[in-house]
Ligand binder design. Structure first.
Ligand SMILES: Cc1cc2nc3c(=O)[nH]c(=O)nc-3n(C[C@H](O)[C@H](O)[C@H](O)COP(=O)(O)OP(=O)(O)OC[C@H]3O[C@@H](n4cnc5c(N)ncnc54)[C@H](O)[C@@H]3O)c2cc1C
Length: 813
């Protein structure tokens, strides 16, 4: 059959991810879809992958994808009538430290919540699973019963057959050569002819960055990614392993020594060792190593020197590894996005275009990725919140060197633990506040927020600010006393937080107010006031939260999280009627939070402003003689104002605020302060995993307003039936750690929910957790338990008002 000239969807790239996307579209009834592959299917990274399929992930959404994929792979051969070698061997992950054991406890809890019976084990139990392993130096490990390995080519071919059988078309040896737009449709160019389509998907693996360049004239950007070389080798057959396998009738589980950073898997009767080495190598980004026109079915030269340490370490762990020579080495390319998660979702800035590339574990994630990509295309939304993989999470700061530096950092730390007070050091200082040097000079320990550098906490002379000190899950550390002092300064005096990078959009034009009313669930504020507004999707789930400041009848500033910049801009831009102007002003203005009972006195001395203007008001004023917008609001929950001013004027204002007696505080203190007020954060507590009503945002849902808005019907129905689960604040008898994201919440022997935030409240003197639990358990006073790193800690549901200053008298003072 020749290449069709039209299709509903064209997918560029026939690796496991592109083919899975096609298969899932087909299964959803979208069979008028074409996949273009420049060579043979699997020619990119897929053909040479080791095929390991872990379910383990520290990310809830990635774990969801992997769990779904592994379940699907079990029945895929039968469903598509195509044979697949899929061995579910289980795996053992080794812990060299108590910190690693805590990580395993945490992930095991998440796994059990998803129905995967992971088990934290002693060294003896590990040896039971893997008798060839030395365990004397281990703290323990994790047993994952659903880990295994699959033949990547068979997996891809099975899904390809499934898609073809349902009516989709796959054109091999047909590179896409470019794209253009005609009459609101995409035209994908190939040497075999042009294809018109509604939607296009970039699933081109390590070529995806090249393909993304075609979309730049259509509003796109060059996708942030860098190519890393990853290798594994296979030994010759090992007689002891053969004898053991034949006696037991099954293979060894996969061994992942995550602290030494490698996996070791049985392949028939040999072993396969795959390290992620610190001394890693990025390719195709220098003049003497240019990006190849074609690398189909090719490999890099062997490079054993790079992995020598890991080979020795693995031989000490599993001595039979050293008993035989190397049979074959595979050194191939993997594309890495700057945080190591895939790019999966809407292509930023480009209509009807999607991305599904930069997978570092594409075999394990391919099944789930196809489901997610198909949902984005068909429904414009996904079942699970997929922000961790959304291409819009990176904005305008990801230059090539940034991508290389981050890819090197991530690859070399592939199995690293992500501690709550640790900031990854590579590729920093991309976007600086106008007072950055002053903040650093005051002891600011910086973290990157959508590329913007902000102080997490302020160290004093003698404090240990080393990276080593942050390698802990515990609340305690050099920062703890400083955070307490910062919170107390905000409580008792006045604090200042330099907060560059708030995403900020100006919306104006006749009808802007009415249009906004049709997007948000609640009401609009009056002119001169501000309100919090929630944008639901069709199912009533939370797409985003914005602060809306109203300057005139149809004149607004919308302020939202730094990370939300592209996501929220696109949300607003999507259906924006002609005649309304939307301008991104993020780079024009910066923000200070100045808050605490002393803040009015401070501004009295340095500002020309109406300081009696009420809570949620805003005004143009002068601070230190410079024009500034003062907004009477405080995310810290004390009397206070946000100061919004130009980059040029901010240093003068910051100096005046400091000279007025404000003490600098950081993001860690802000997190503690906001939790005491019950304030939620975007993509932590507020995401598409929850509806507005589940999130307890009932007061921001006005079902009786005349305007329709997305999700109105769904929310009305949910209100009629009652929510199944509900947001709660809990006080926790936590030990040395507060509840991390996605800790399970128990009632007796049943898991009844999960946490979304946890921190110590210094004003209330207690550990606080936010979470969502079964609705009948959301009553204040209900006693629950939160599993924090394997320990069940008593947690009591609190009344639905702020834990600190419940009546908001301090805020409104
Ligand atoms: C040595 C090694 C071992 C690995 N082991 C594992 C593992 O054990 N488990 C795991 O989960 N992952 C593993 N991976 C990673 C895994 O291989 C990738 O994540 C996965 O194959 C990515 O699939 P993909 O479909 O995104 O990309 P690819 O497989 O690279 O597919 C992209 C396809 O797009 C095609 N293409 C590119 N440009 C065009 C164009 N212009 N027109 C048409 N077609 C185009 C390419 O030819 C290619 O076939 C390993 C990787 C390496 C290098």
């Amino acid at each position: 059959m020749s290449l069709p000239s039209t299709a509903r969807v064209v997918i560029i790239g026939g690796g496991v991810v592109g083919v899975s996307t096609l298969y899932h579209l087909a299964r959803a009834g979208w069979t008028d879809c074409v996949l273009l592959e420049k060579n043979e299917l699997t020619a990119g990274s897929t053909w040479h992958a080791a095929g390991n399929c872990p379910s383990f992930s520290a990310s809830w959404s990635v774990m969801n994808m992997q769990r779904y994929g592994l379940e699907m792979y079990r029945t895929l051969a039968e469903a598509t009538d195509y044979p697949i070698n899929y061995n579910v061997t289980g795996s053992v992950r080794l812990a060299h430290s108590d910190n690693r054991m805590k990580e395993f406890e945490k992930v095991a809890g998440m796994g059990r919540y998803q129905g995967i019976e992971m088990k934290v084990c002693s060294p003896e139990e590990l040896q039971h699973y893997h008798p060839f392993m030395e365990t004397h130096d281990l703290a323990g490990g994790l047993w994952d019963p659903v880990d295994g390995d699959i033949d990547p080519s068979q997996l891809t071919q099975a899904m390809a057959k499934g898609a073809r059988d349902l009516g989709c078309h796959i054109e091999r040896f047909c590179p896409a050569t470019g794209v253009s737009r005609a009459n609101g449709e995409w035209v994908v160019h190939t040497d075999k002819g042009d294809l018109r389509c509604e939607y296009v998907v970039n699933a081109a693996g390590y070529y995806a960055q090249k393909v993304s360049e075609w979309f730049v004239p259509h509003g796109g950007r060059v996708a942030p990614a860098a190519t890393m070389a990853h290798q594994y080798f296979l030994t010759e057959e090992i007689p002891e392993l053969k004898a053991w396998t034949q006696e037991k009738g099954h293979k060894l589980p996969i061994l992942r020594d995550v602290d030494s950073s490698y996996y070791l898997r049985q392949d028939t009767f040999s072993l396969n060792l795959g390290p992620y080495e610190r001394t890693c190598k990025s390719h195709w980004n220098t003049p003497d190593d240019p990006f190849p026109e074609d690398f189909s079915f090719q490999l890099y030269p062997d490079d054993f020197d790079r992995i020598e340490w890991h080979i020795e370490d693995a031989m000490a762990r599993v001595p039979i590894l050293g008993s035989q020579g190397v049979q074959r080495n595979i050194n191939g390319p993997i594309p890495y996005a700057p945080d190591g998660n895939p790019m999966l979702g809407p292509m930023p800035g480009v209509p009807n275009a999607f991305e599904a590339h930069s997978f570092t574990f594409g075999i394990a994630q391919g099944g789930g990725a196809g489901k997610v990509a198909a949902e984005w295309i068909i429904h414009g939304m996904t079942e699970w919140d997929m922000w961790s993989c959304d291409p819009r999470r990176f904005t305008d700061y990801t230059d090539p060197q940034y991508c290389i530096d981050k890819a090197m950092e991530i690859y070399g730390n592939e199995y690293a633990m992500h501690f709550p007070h640790h900031a990854w050091p590579a590729a920093r200082n991309r976007k600086l506040s106008p007072v950055h040097d002053k903040v650093v000079g005051l002891g600011g320990q910086m973290g990157a927020y959508n590329g913007w550098e902000r102080a997490n906490w302020f160290a004093k002379a003698g404090d240990d600010t080393s990276e080593d000190a942050t390698q802990t899950w515990n609340r305690s550390g050099p920062w703890e006393i400083r955070i307490k002092e910062e919170c107390e300064a905000v409580r008792d005096g006045v604090g200042v937080l330099d907060l560059p990078g708030f995403s900020r959009f100006a919306l104006s034009g006749e009808g802007a107010a009415e249009w906004l009313r049709g997007r948000i669930a609640g009401s609009l504020c009056k002119v001169g006031r501000m309100t919090l507004a929630y944008f639901p999707d069709r199912r009533g789930r939370i797409l985003t939260e914005m602060s809306i400041l109203r300057h005139g009848e149809d004149d607004f500033t919308l302020i939202t999280a730094a990370a939300a910049q592209w996501h929220d801009y696109e949300l607003l831009k999507k259906d924006l009627p002609e005649g309304l102007a939307l301008v991104d002003r993020t780079r024009e203005l910066s923000t200070l939070i100045v808050t605490g009972p002393g803040s009015r006195d401070l501004f009295t001395a340095i500002a020309e402003a109406d300081l009696q203007a009420g809570w949620l008001s805003h005004q143009q004023a002068k601070v230190a003689g410079k024009p500034a917008m003062l907004v009477r609001v405080s995310f810290a929950g004390e009397l206070g104002w946000e100061v919004h001013a130009s980059f040029e004027d901010m240093p003068t204002i910051y100096d005046a605020v400091l000279a007025g007696g404000a003490k600098p505080f950081g993001m860690y203190a802000l997190n503690s302060l906001r939790m005491e007020k019950g304030y939620r954060t975007w993509k932590g507590d507020l995401s598409t995993d929850y509806t507005l009503l589940e999130a307890g945002l009932d007061r921001f849902v006005k079902l009786d307003k005349t305007q329709d808005f997305p999700g109105k019907t769904a929310l009305a129905e949910e209100r009629r039936q009652g929510v199944r689960k509900r947001f709660v604040q809990m006080i926790v008898d936590a030990g040395e750690s507060d509840a991390p994201y996605m800790s399970t919440v128990w009632h007796g022997d049943t898991v009844v929910g999960e946490t979304t935030s946890g921190d110590w409240g210094h004003r209330v003197g207690a550990s606080i957790a936010f979470g969502t639990v079964r609705a009948d358990l959301a009553e204040p006073g209900t006693e629950l338990e939160i599993e924090i790193f394997g320990q069940r800690c008593k947690a009591v549901v609190q009344p639905d008002h702020p834990l600190w200053d419940p009546a908001n008298t301090r805020l409104r003072a």
